[in-house]
Write a protein that binds this ligand. Structure first.
Ligand SMILES: O=C(O)CCC(=O)C(=O)O
Ligand SMILES: [Fe+2]
Length: 342
């Protein structure tokens, strides 16, 4: 099966095919009403030292306690976000044969589209189609829908700027120079890696039986995400799933596995999942921000001290991406390969 969207559109489904049914989706776990941290991005670029130090403390706390926050006042025009969302939806609406040219591709091929996470090994299929594009250091774009390439380029460039500023603030929150993360693993350099992942979750007749994306953490340092106005993201916080209802025009940001490695476990990558609904298609667009593919990410020596030993092995970014893609998406199983017992 190439696409769950095609499945939904081809037959009138009243129940879910058995190969999509998760035995334990835990969607009945109590949801905690929680206020997730909000970061006012405009204060990060403020010249007022008091304001900057306050927002850096907030950013540090958000990374420490949540690994997740909403970013407001980020300066990305609403029109660009709308165009990006419309372009992505139009891509998923293209005829099957137009999308199939990107099907069955390998991890580092410029553009891939398909369904589930890794249908070759996924025991249960996910209620999700995806489009993945390597957008930096080499920019790629599908040739349809028309005009999408320009919007995509602009959107990806602007999200890289946001990631760069957030990483400066995060470096400072760790007591390091603002440029530390950038210089250590070259996240902001011209070779840095950025992957765009667009997810399409069609409406499902029995949403409680399936998963859009099962609990997982992301590779990279930070993921910057927006959605089409339909909720479905849940974040694990203190042992509970918290449903995320983003503020209008905000970005959702989460820490990835390489943030956890780099900070020697101080800022952990956050486990999250995407649930689906029976009413409206949900689309989310994430950009994962990492170093150049040949960079070995290992714990920062400055954070391996005071009796705390090195908690993770270093690994080349490219190898980590390959490791993650070789398996089914499952919790923090990739990071577990690198943990050192202290
Ligand atoms: O759809 C979402 O809200 C989450 C997407 C996600 O976690 C991912 O693409 O890694
Ligand atoms: Fe994710």
């Amino acid at each position: 099966m190439f696409s769950v969207k095609e499945l939904v559109e081809s037959v009138r489904l009243t129940s879910v095919p058995s190969n999509y049914i998760f035995s334990n989706t835990e969607t009945d776990l109590p949801m905690q009403p929680e206020t997730v941290p909000i970061i006012d991005f405009s204060l990060l670029t403020s010249h007022d030292p008091d304001q900057r130090s306050k927002i850096i403390t907030q950013l540090g706390n958000a990374c420490l306690e949540w690994g997740f926050f909403m970013v407001i006042n980020h300066g990305v025009p609403e029109m660009l976000r709308d165009e990006m969302m419309r372009g992505t939806e139009s891509f998923f609406d293209l005829r099957g044969e137009e999308k199939r040219q990107y099907a069955g591709k390998k991890l580092f091929d410029p553009i891939r589209c398909g369904t589930s996470f890794n249908p070759n090994v996924d025991k249960t299929l996910l209620w999700r189609d995806y489009l993945k594009i390597h957008v930096h250091p080499h920019f790629n774009a599908p040739n349809k829908p028309s005009g999408f390439s320009k919007v995509l380029r602009d959107y990806c460039q602007k999200t890289r700027v946001i990631a760069g500023e957030l990483l400066k603030g995060i470096s400072e929150s760790l007591g390091l120079e603002a440029s530390y993360i950038n210089e250590k693993i070259r996240v902001e350099c011209s070779e840095s890696h950025q992957l765009l992942v667009a997810n399409m979750y069609p409406p499902c007749p029995q949403p409680e039986l399936v998963m859009g994306l099962p609990p997982h953490s992301d590779h990279g340092l930070l993921t910057i995400l927006m959605q089409n106005g339909i909720d479905g993201l849940q974040v694990m916080h203190k042992g509970n799933w918290v449903s995320i209802n983003p503020l209008p025009n905000s970005f959702l940001v989460n820490t990835g596995d390489h943030m956890e490695i780099l900070t020697n476990g101080k800022y952990k990558s956050v486990v999250h999942r995407a649930v689906v609904n029976n009413k409206a298609p949900r689309v989310s667009i994430g950009t994962a921000h990492g170093p150049p593919l040949d960079t070995v990410v290992s714990p920062a020596p400055e954070l391996v001290k005071d009796g705390v030993g090195q908690a993770y092995l270093g690994i080349e970014y490219r190898n980590y991406l390959e490791l993650q893609q070789s398996k089914s998406l499952s919790g923090k199983s990739c990071l577990d390969h690198l943990r050192l017992s202290l």
